[in-house]
Design a protein around this ligand. Structure first.
Ligand code: DLZ
Length: 513
């Protein structure tokens, strides 16, 4: 019999349809999963993320054993420093023909896997990640020769390719590809947010929680609130619950900001897709089926499918197309250090404090909190792009660099100068007021631009417009905003910029303007 292969499964590759497992022979090939110091510490991961990944890895290892695989599991307590040390540890126990691994989701990990072959003296075969719906060479082909890589056109092709929300003649259901306009309503707490089902605590997760509390005492994350699924069946139950109880309202309120609930009507399944517990195509098909069964409006189903089939695949394509240079882009030359309160949420800006606190405590915030509350503040205040990106990568349970970096650097901070977004997502306090009900509980007033009671987003917004006006003038979509700014008297403009400049250091240092 030929020698077995050692199959390395990373912490975000926990799917039965992981391409390396599909080709593996149970009873012959060995599988390795390893909780290693380097991966657990390269950023200050949220403890929810550590528990999610370690518990899901342990449960996945159990299911592979049940399928007859010889599984080597190295736990964090064994103090293995890196993935290559983990591989070397197992190679010392038996003869193997090669190491096989599915391509990782981070450039840093890809480089280390590519270098591993030399250090272990065996071939390391890196297989394309077929769990994604657009392969990297297909994305590169779509991108080649295009001046602008707009998600919308990519998304339409993906709808056609996977036959999602299409009429028999190939035209989009409802006659339009995109229903974003219907999905921007501001939240006024006029209806109840449904109670989410509690995920039962199992022995494995409880043990991992205890270990993570002990080994990562200074990381963010309140594990007394841990409520995430750590296996595929429970993740599926969460998706089923969303489809039955929240999807119908998801579209309407997807851009809303609520005092009452961190979850609102969101699905909270990105972390499951990103570590392999849910399959993105099946997710889209299930949501489409809900619409076809008359359980939700087209706008809700389309808005949701666009995130998974369009946006998720698109950001991954952008990441791999532009790495490693993408991680260094800083279009607005933003270098202000991240305020300490990004790690506590202690700021008087109510919407920002709520978004930061729930991100730190739960490892979760929804799209508008990430983009328009936290990201928008970072953009307006000129926070250092690399520091902000590292914060997002650490804090969110669903954050792996392929998805985090384009969303943060490209979409929220416009650090890529417009590779992804057609304009910077900058907004003042009036946008935040329109979208939610935080302002009523805030000590700042979104109607005021200067003065101690003024919402800091306002003057910072105009300072941003003023500072970057030469560049923004080249962007047709910024014309109206620039015209509004120029319409103000020079004295007015000066006073606003002066106020922003003088209050910013205090705001960053102490959380009060
Ligand atoms: C994020 C993460 C963490 C916290 N820990 C591990 C680990 O101990 N072992 C592992 O195989 N993967 C881990 N991961 C995921 C990796 O850091 C990395 O982000 C992905 O594998 C890249 O796709």
């Amino acid at each position: 019999m030929s020698q077995p292969r050692l199959i390395l499964v990373l912490g975000d590759q926990l799917s039965d349809n992981n391409p390396v497992l599909r080709g593996a022979v149970a009873g012959k090939d060995h599988v390795l999963l390893a909780e290693v110091a380097e991966e657990a510490n390269y950023v200050r991961h949220n403890r929810h993320k550590l528990v999610l990944i370690f518990a899901a890895m342990r449960r996945f290892a159990g299911s592979l054993r049940e399928q007859g695989f010889t599984v080597h599991y190295l736990s964090y307590a064994q103090a293995i420093d890196s993935l290559s040390s983990a591989v070397e540890t197992v190679l010392a126990t038996a003869e193997f023909a090669a190491v096989d691994v599915c391509e990782p989701g981070e450039y840093r990990v890809l480089e280390s896997l590519q270098a591993m072959g030399e250090s272990i003296g065996l071939p390391v075969n890196i297989h394309p990640d077929t769990r994604f719906l657009c392969q990297l060479d297909e994305f590169a082909e779509w991108a080649s020769g295009r001046k602008q890589l707009r998600m919308e056109y990519f998304y339409r092709l993906m709808r056609q390719r996977y036959q999602l929300l299409l009429q028999d003649d190939g035209e989009p259901e409802g006659g339009r590809w995109n229903y974003d306009r219907e999905n921007r309503k501001g939240w006024r707490a006029a209806e109840a947010v449904p109670e989410r089902p509690v995920v039962a605590m199992d022995e494995i997760t409880a043990a991992v929680i205890a270990e993570v509390m002990e080994a990562f005492p200074d990381n963010p994350g309140d594990l007394s609130q841990f409520c995430y699924a750590t296996d595929a069946a429970t993740a599926q139950q969460q998706l089923d619950w969303f489809c039955e109880h929240a999807l119908a309202r998801f579209g309407t309120w997807q851009d809303g900001l609520a005092e009452e609930s961190p979850w609102m009507f969101h699905s909270i399944i990105s972390m499951y897709m990103n570590i392999g517990l849910l399959d993105p195509l099946q997710v889209c098909q299930q949501v489409e089926a809900q619409w076809r069964a008359g359980k939700c409006e087209l706008a809700a189903a389309e808005g949701f499918i666009r995130q998974v089939l369009g946006w998720r695949e698109y950001v991954r394509g952008i990441y791999w197309l532009h790495m490693p240079a993408y991680g260094k882009l800083n279009h607005f030359d933003a270098h202000t250090p991240l305020p300490d309160w990004f790690w506590t949420g202690e700021t008087d800006m109510r919407c920002l404090s709520r978004a930061l606190k729930q991100s730190l405590e739960l490892g979760y915030a929804h799209h508008i909190q990430r983009l328009m509350v936290i990201g928008n503040f970072a953009l307006l205040a000129g926070l250092d792009v690399e520091e902000v990106c590292e914060w997002y990568l650490a804090v969110y349970t669903d954050a792996f660099e392929w998805v985090e970096l384009p969303n943060t650097a490209g979409m929220a901070l416009f650090a890529d100068g417009g590779i992804m977004a057609s304009k910077p997502y900058a907004a003042s306090g009036s946008y935040l007021k329109r979208q939610g009900n935080h302002c009523a509980a805030c000590r700042y007033d979104p109607a005021q631009v200067t003065g101690s009671a003024a919402c800091p987003y306002n003057a910072l917004y105009w300072r941003f417009i003023d500072r970057h006006r030469a560049g923004l003038e080249k962007n047709g979509r910024m014309g109206l905003v620039l015209a509004n700014w120029k319409r103000r008297s020079p004295e007015d403009r000066d006073a606003i910029v002066q106020f922003a400049e003088s209050s910013l250091p205090n705001l960053l240092a102490t959380d009060t303007a």
